[in-house]
Design a protein around this ligand. Structure first.
Ligand SMILES: [Zn+2]
Length: 243
C-alpha cells in the first residue's frame, strides 16, 4: 500500500544524502497519508536516509507510535508527530544535522539575506534553544512545534540541526537544501570578515517570492532524483567517477 508515496519518500532520502544532508544513520523525513491524516510514513531507524525502500518504510500515528512496518522508529519521532498534529496544512517534515547549519547555529547570529538562498528566509528562522539534546520526548516535540509557530516552515535546533516542513515533500526537501546553503554562504562571508552588503531590503521580498514556487520545488526535486541516480557522478553530482 502507498507505494507511490513510499517511492517519493525513498527518493527524498537519496536526494538528501546525495546533496550532503545525511548524517550516517541519523536524520529522518516523513510524509502524511492523504486519506489517513492521523498517520504518516517515516524513515526507519538504524539505516541511512538513502537506504529506505518501499518494504522498510514505517507508518506512525500522531501519538508517535508505530502502526505498521518491520523496522524500528527513530526516538526523535516527536519532531514529526507534534508538527503534523499542530500544523494540519503540513504534510511532510524533515529533520537533519547538516554541517553548515549546525556550525552557523553556534554563532548566535541571525540568518541574513547574503545570497538568493538566504533571501527566502528574510522573515527570520526561529531557533530552538531550550536544549541542544535530542528531541526524544513528546514534551520536547511540543516545544519544537511551539517554537516553529503557526506559519514558519524552517527552524534551527541550536548546536543540533534543522527542521523543515511543507504541504509538499518537494518543498520540504527544497527548504532544507536552501537553508543549509544559506548558512554555508553566510559562514563563508563571516569567515572573510563579515558580510557588508546584503540583498537590498526593497528587493528581498520580491526575490524570495520568485525563488519560492511550487513548480520550482518539483522541478528541482525531480532533477535531484535524476542526479542522485546517476552511476557516473560523485556525491555532488559531478561527473568525475571513472571505473
Ligand atoms: Zn537530531
Amino acid at each position: 500500500m502507498y507505494d507511490d508515496l513510499k517511492q517519493r519518500l525513498r527518493d527524498a532520502g537519496r536526494v538528501l544524502v546525495h546533496e550532503g544532508l545525511g548524517d550516517y544513520v541519523a536524520g529522518h523525513i516523513s510524509m502524511r497519508l492523504p486519506d489517513r491524516p492521523d498517520q504518516f510514513l517515516m524513515k526507519p531507524a538504524g539505516m541511512g536516509l538513502d537506504e529506505m525502500t518501499i518494504e522498510n518504510i514505517i507508518t506512525v500515528n500522531l501519538d508517535g507510535m508505530k502502526t505498521d512496518g518491520p523496522s524500528p522508529r527513530h526516538n526523535e519521532v516527536w519532531i514529526h508527530s507534534e508538527i503534523l498534529r499542530t500544523r494540519t496544512e503540513i504534510n511532510s517534515v524533515l529533520h537533519a544535522h547538516p554541517e553548515a547549519a549546525v556550525a552557523f547555529s553556534s554563532l548566535d547570529k541571525p540568518l541574513l539575506p547574503v545570497s538568493n538562498d538566504g533571501s527566502i528566509f528574510y522573515n527570520g528562522v526561529p531557533v530552538f534553544s531550550e536544549t541542544t539534546d535530542l528531541i526524544t520526548t513528546r514534551e520536547r516535540g511540543e516545544a519544537v512545534a511551539r517554537t516553529l509557530g503557526p506559519e514558519k516552515r524552517a527552524l534551527i535546533l541550536r548546536n543540533h540541526g534543522i527542521v523543515t516542513c511543507s504541504p509538499s515533500i518537494e518543498e520540504t526537501v527544497w527548504i532544507g537544501l536552501k537553508l543549509e546553503r544559506a548558512c554555508r554562504i553566510q559562514l563563508a562571508a563571516e569567515a572573510a570578515g563579515g558580510p557588508k552588503l546584503l540583498v537590498r531590503e526593497e528587493e528581498v521580498a520580491a526575490k524570495a517570492q520568485k525563488a519560492n514556487r511550487a513548480d520550482l520545488h518539483t522541478n528541482v526535486f525531480n532533477y535531484l532524483v535524476r542526479r542522485s541516480a546517476c552511476p557516473y557522478c560523485d556525491t555532488k553530482g559531478r561527473g568525475i567517477r571513472i571505473d
